[in-house]
Design a protein. Sequence first.
Length: 451
Amino acid sequence: MLALNWALMPRQRFWKPFIVVASYVFYAAANPKFCFLLAGVTLWNQAGAVLLDRTDDERRRKWIVGLAVAGDLLALGFFKYYSFFAQDVDDTLNSVGLGVPVPLMTVLLPVGVSFFTFQAISYVVDVKRRLVKPASLIDCAIYLSFFPHLVAGPIVRAREFLPQLAGPRDPDRVAVGAGLGLIGLGLVKKVAIADYLGRTIVNPVFDVPQAHNAPDALMATYGFAAQIYCDFSGYTDIAIGLALLMGFVFPQNFNSPYRATGFRDFWRRWHMTLSRFLRDFLYIPLGGNRGSRLFTYRNLMITMLLGGLWHGAAWPFVLWGGFHGVGLVTEHAIDGRIGRRTPAWLRGFVTFNLVCFGWILFRSQSLGLFWDFLQRFAVWSAPTLWTFPVLALIGIVIALQLLPPRQTEGWEVRIERLNPALLGAALAVLILFVGATVPSNGVPPFIYFRF
C-alpha cells in the first residue's frame, strides 16, 4: 500500500482514484453496505458545496447549508440514534398506559459514521463561511474516506486537508522517523497497555460490579482512565503516523489530558479535534459567551450534553456530557474568586479525580450498572484484582503525562534523527513483541470504533 502510494503519487490522475478505492476497500472490511452511506454523504455534501459556490445570495446560501447539514444529521440520527429514541418513546408510552406501538427496527451502526459526518458538516460550513473553496468531487471523496482517519478520527477540517491535495506530496519532506515512532507508540498503547488493563481489571469489575469490593472498583476506575486514554490516543498516534508516511499531516488530538488543571483545560487536551468542532460549530453558533452568565452557562450545558450524546446512544453518555457541562459551568462561576488562587497541583489533583469519576458513567453500560458500581465503594475489604503489572501500568500512564512538555519534545526530536532503516527494523521487532502479548481470542476493537 505504502509503496503504491509513492509510486503513483507523481501521477495524480492515477493516485487519487487509487486512494479512494483503497479507502473504500478498507471501509468495506467492516461491512460493504456502509460504503453506500459514505458515498451518499460525499455526493450530498459536494452538491451542497458546489451550490454554495455558485450563489452570492446570503439567504439562499443559508438555506443550502441548512439543508446540507440537515441531511448529514438525518443520516447520523437514523443510523446512530433511531433505536435509542424509538425504544425510549415506546417505554414511555407503555408506562403511562397508552401502549401505542412504535416501529422498532434493528439498525446496524456504520463504523465511524460520527467522524465522517462531522467532517462533512465542517466542509460545507467552511465553504459557506468562505474559509475554503469547493473541492473537486474526487478530492472531496478522498477527504471524507481517507482511511487513516476514517473510522475513529481525528476530525480533520477541510481547510487543513484539502490544500494538501493540491499537488503531489514531496517524499523528501516526509517525517519518516515521527511516523514510524507514532505507529510503534500507538501499538504499545493499544495492545500492551489498554487491552491488558481491559481484560485484567476494567472489564471484570465494570461488567459485574456486584462481585467486587471498593479497592477493586477504585482500581478499575483509574484503570479505565488509563485504558481509554491509551486506546484512543493509541489509535490517533497510528492514524497520524500512517498519514505522515503517506505525506499528509493531521492535527494533534491529545496533549497530556491528565495534567489538566480544570475542565476547560481538560477539553483543550482531550480529543482536541472534537473539542474545537463542538466549539466552532455548536457553542459559538449558539452564542458562546456573548451574553449574560446564564446565557453562557446554557450554551455550555447544551454543547456538552450533545457532545455526550455524540459519543453514544445511551443515557450514561448523555449524563457524562452533562457532568462535564456542570464542571465547566462551575469553573466559569468561581473563576477569578477561588479558582485562580488555588495551587495548580491541587487543581490538577481535583480535576483528575473528577474526570475519573466521569469515566465511570462513560464506561457503565446502563444507569443500573452505574449505580451498582457506585455502591461497591461502600464495601471495603482486601483487594482481589490488584497486581503489580496493573499498578505499574496505571502509574506509568499517568506519570508520563505529568512530565514537562520539553522532555517529551526532546524524545521526538531524537527519534526523528534516527536512521529510517533502523527505525523500520525497530518497529518490526516491536510488532513481534507486542504480538506476543495478544491472547488467543485476539485484539479487541478500538473503543472509539463504535462511536
